[in-house]
Each structure stands twice: as C-alpha cells, then as structure tokens.
Design a protein around this ligand. Structure first.
Ligand code: ADP
Length: 342
C-alpha cells in the first residue's frame, strides 16, 4: 500500500482578480509514493508544488479527487481527525520557520508539547534528536546564533520529534549554499535510511533530486508530465521540460547553439553515442571504430552516475569512407544507442 496516494486530484482556486479566471493549481494529478521512497517533485515556480504539499498535509482541501495518507482518505476526514494525520507528517521549510524566542531544544520540544507528551519523554526525545542531527552542543543556543545549515538541522530534528512516518521537505535547501545543501541532504538520506521515513522532496533544483531522490515526478502547470525512477528520467527523459531540468545537471548532449559551433569546427561525420549502465561495453564500441580504420575524435560529452549507475553521451567526429562508417555504425548499434548528427 502506498504511503501517500493521490488519485485524480485537482485544486482550483477562485479568481484572484474580479472577473478573472479560476486558477487550476493542481490538474488531475495521480501519484503513488511508496514506503521508504525519497520522492522528488520538481517543477518551475508556479508549477503547483507547494499546493501539492498543502494538500498532502491537509492544510488545504482538494477540489476533487482522493488523497490517501497511510490508506486513509483525508478528504473525507473531519478537522479533528486531520490533526492526527498531521502528527504523522513532519515538515521542513525553505525559511526553517523556527521560533526565534525559543532555544534549539525549545524548538525541538515544541511539537511534543503540543502533542501533550510528558516532561521526561520530551527531554529524552530532544536529547536523542540533538545527537542525531549533531547539535548537542547548541542545545541552549537561539536560532539567530546558528548558521543556515544548523537552523535546517534544528528544523529536521523538530520535524522528527513526533516520530512521523512521512517527511515533507518544501524547498528545504533552497536558501543554503551548495556545500551546506549537501550536508543537509546527507542528513535527510540518513533520516530515510536509518528510520525508514518516507520523504517527499519539493524542489526546483535538479541537483537535489540527483543527490537524494529515488523517484521523481516532473510538474508543469499543475500536471505531472513525467515520473519514474530517477535513473530512468535522468538517463532518458521523455518530455522536453524534463530534458531541460536534466540538462541543468547532466552535461553530455550539446545544446542547439553548442552543436552549431561543433558542426562548424569539425568536418567529419558526427554521431552521439549514448551509454546506459555498465552493460554497454565502451571498449567494444570503440573497438568497432578502430578496427574499421576510422579516425575519430570525442568532441563533446560526459559520463554521469546516479545511484551508482553510470550513463552518458559522447559525441564523436569521424573520418573515413561513408560506406566504412555506415558498416561500423551498424555494428555499434548492436552495442549501444547511436544518434546521427551529421
Ligand atoms: P509552486 O510551489 O510550484 O511554485 P504553487 O503551488 O505555489 O506553485 O502555485 C501553483 C499555481 O497556483 C500558481 O499559478 C499560483 O499563482 C496559484 N496559487 C497558489 N496558491 C493560490 C491561492 N491561495 N489563491 C490563488 N491562486 C493560488
């Protein structure tokens, strides 16, 4: 059973201006998040990601469709029961949303106080969480005495306080520098692996998806336009918008402008070879070209790795008789994907 299941969910807001049109923020989205997933949801600003988060943690109700959290349709629940559902969902935010008047330990204890846990229980849980996020030394510090990365670690500890089964991270690293981003993502990965907590990561940064997600859904104008295992979407995106996101972190395929320059600079026959996983034997591929007496040069490319699986693209300029190249490429096609450029 999925931990979160959206079934034909739409969210329509009334017009923001008089006489304007309804705003369809979420348009018939169906999505299953399985237990233990780190599910990335990526899209440009306005794609509907934050709305999706507010629907999943029941801060807003959908216009239509079913939203099942741990098998329970939250659209059908009364407000009192929703509080219980929210306790099972931790949230972390871009701006951390810490209480500045409370110390680090006070912030982490806050949800436990709201949930009516005893003093002893709170103390034990806070100590455990401080240790987990590596902030025991900062227990008595106030948020404005912390770096951005430390603040987000407090945010993570607070989100975990009531032992949720789901963690929603809404642009949780967007306010952090790249190095701190990677520290926070590493911590989220531990949350997932050590506690088995399912994480939904909302982001506009493909780098975040590449680093921690196992699955990804690409959103555009309220719809999910592509979804799948991160490796599949990164190594072979189907939708142009997904390809643009992938292109921000994966170098390998030249853009139209780069291609124009390459075509001017190189006179030979140009092809792009795509490699996916270790099952493509590069030595064999290049062996076909050299044994046919084809002189070639790698003029563009990159090999990337996601979840320990390599993939990439190499663009070659080759010189030899056209018939010789054709015959060699026929043999290469049996080994890997060949895209003719010129
Ligand atoms: P994202 O998080 O991907 O940037 P949002 O979920 O914030 O996207 O917004 C999706 C669309 O819904 C946008 O067009 C936005 O203007 C609209 N929207 C979001 N919240 C409201 C609201 N409360 N009232 C009217 N329109 C809204």
């Amino acid at each position: 059973m999925p931990v979160v299941s959206l079934q034909g969910v739409s969210k329509v807001y009334p017009p923001t201006t008089k006489g304007g049109q309804d705003v369809v923020a979420i348009d018939n989205v169906s999505l299953d998040v399985e237990a233990g997933d780190v599910y990335g949801i990526i899209g440009y600003s306005g794609a509907g990601k934050s709305t999706l988060v507010r629907l999943v943690n029941a801060l807003e109700r959908s216009t239509s469709g079913a939203i099942l959290v741990n098998g329970q349709d939250i659209a059908a629940l009364p407000e009192r029961a929703l509080r219980e559902v929210r306790l099972g969902i931790g949230m972390i935010f871009q701006q951390f949303n810490l209480l500045n008047s409370r110390t680090v330990e006070g912030n982490i204890a806050y949800p436990l106080e709201v949930a009516g846990r005893s003093r002893e229980e709170r103390k034990a849980r806070v100590a455990e969480l401080l240790d987990f996020v590596g902030l025991t030394e900062k227990a008595r510090a106030y948020p404005d005495q912390l770096s951005g990365g430390q603040k987000q670690r407090v945010g993570i500890a607070r989100a975990l306080a009531t032992q949720p089964s789901i963690l929603l991270a809404d642009e949780a690293t967007s306010a952090l520098d790249p190095e701190t981003t990677h520290e926070v993502l590493a911590l989220l990965q531990r949350v997932n692996r050590e506690f088995g907590i399912t994480i939904i990561v909302i982001t506009h940064e493909m780098d975040v998806i590449q680093t921690i997600a196992t699955k990804v859904a690409v959103m555009d104008q309220g719809r999910v336009i592509e979804r799948g295992d991160v490796f599949d979407v990164f190594s072979n995106p189907q939708h142009p918008a997904s390809a643009r996101f992938v292109g921000t972190v994966v170098k390998g395929v030249p853009s139209a402008a780069e291609l124009a320059v390459l075509l001017k600079r190189h006179s030979g026959r140009i092809v792009t070879l795509s490699f996916r996983d270790a099952d493509v034997d590069q030595t064999a591929v290049f062996g076909e070209l050299t044994s046919a007496g084809i002189a070639f040069e790698v003029i563009y490319g990159g090999i990337n790795e996601i979840q320990g699986r390599p993939f990439g693209h190499l663009t070659l300029s080759m010189t030899a008789d056209a018939a010789v190249i054709d015959a060699a490429l026929d043999r290469v096609r049996k080994l890997t994907t060949v895209t003719e450029v010129r």
